[in-house]
Design a binder for this molecule. Structure first.
Ligand code: MG
Length: 201
């Protein structure tokens, strides 16, 4: 199974959801499939799930999708029990387990040694956590999660070393991405997230 294929399969189902992407190929691939200011690339390894959870709790009528990885989730594994406690029903947490730290030289993660991310999630108290067995099943599980309206974690074992160098660059720097994302939310929700400078500034 390839991550790119999984992302392509759910693109239409994601619609205009806010998408928080982990660093590396997932962000590049997703942004190639659905470019726009509704994508936030999280450059700090591990924080995707926590940022997505906060966003989902703050905007409870808006679907939020987290694109997480094995290295990232292991880095912030303490997010799992918090996600189980908070369980925002508008958050779908997708975890692509390629067994490596993709952005830093393809070194193995603990999942290659048997760490099972879905079992970890279940052990932390997450009720709806599953492995997808194929791209088709991944899409099915995604749509089941949408209908369920309960926090769901869907993991997929994917190939390591997918080549994303030919895809368009993400295109915006980290701070610019954050501001564009916030302005995008302001327009969607009709709210002010970051005050504009007043006339005297
Ligand atoms: Mg990985």
């Amino acid at each position: 199974m390839r991550r790119y294929g999984c992302l392509q399969a759910i693109a239409e189902d994601v619609g205009d959801a806010l998408v928080i992407c982990t660093v590396g190929g997932a962000a590049a691939q997703w942004n190639a499939i659905r470019p726009g200011d509704g994508n936030l690339r999280c450059r700090t390894l591990g924080l995707v799930s926590s940022i997505a959870m906060g966003l989902a709790l703050a905007l409870q009528n808006r679907m939020v999708v987290a694109l997480d990885g094995d290295g990232a989730l292991l880095m912030n594994a303490c997010a799992l029990p918090t996600l189980a406690c908070q369980r925002p029903g508008n958050l779908i947490h997708l975890v692509f387990d390629n067994g490596v730290y993709e952005s830093s030289g393809l070194r193995p993660t603990a999942t290659l040694n048997g760490a099972d991310l879905v079992e970890m999630a279940r052990g932390a108290g997450i009720k709806h956590a599953c492995w997808a067995s194929s791209v088709e099943n991944f899409k099915q599980e995604f749509n089941k999660a949408k209908e369920r309206k309960a926090y769901s974690l869907i993991a997929a074992k994917v190939e390591a070393g997918e080549d994303y160098r030919e895809l368009p660059a993400f295109g915006v720097a980290e701070v610019e991405n954050a501001y564009r994302f916030m302005r995008h939310i302001e327009k969607l929700e009709g709210i002010r997230v970051v005050p504009l400078p007043g006339p005297r500034h």
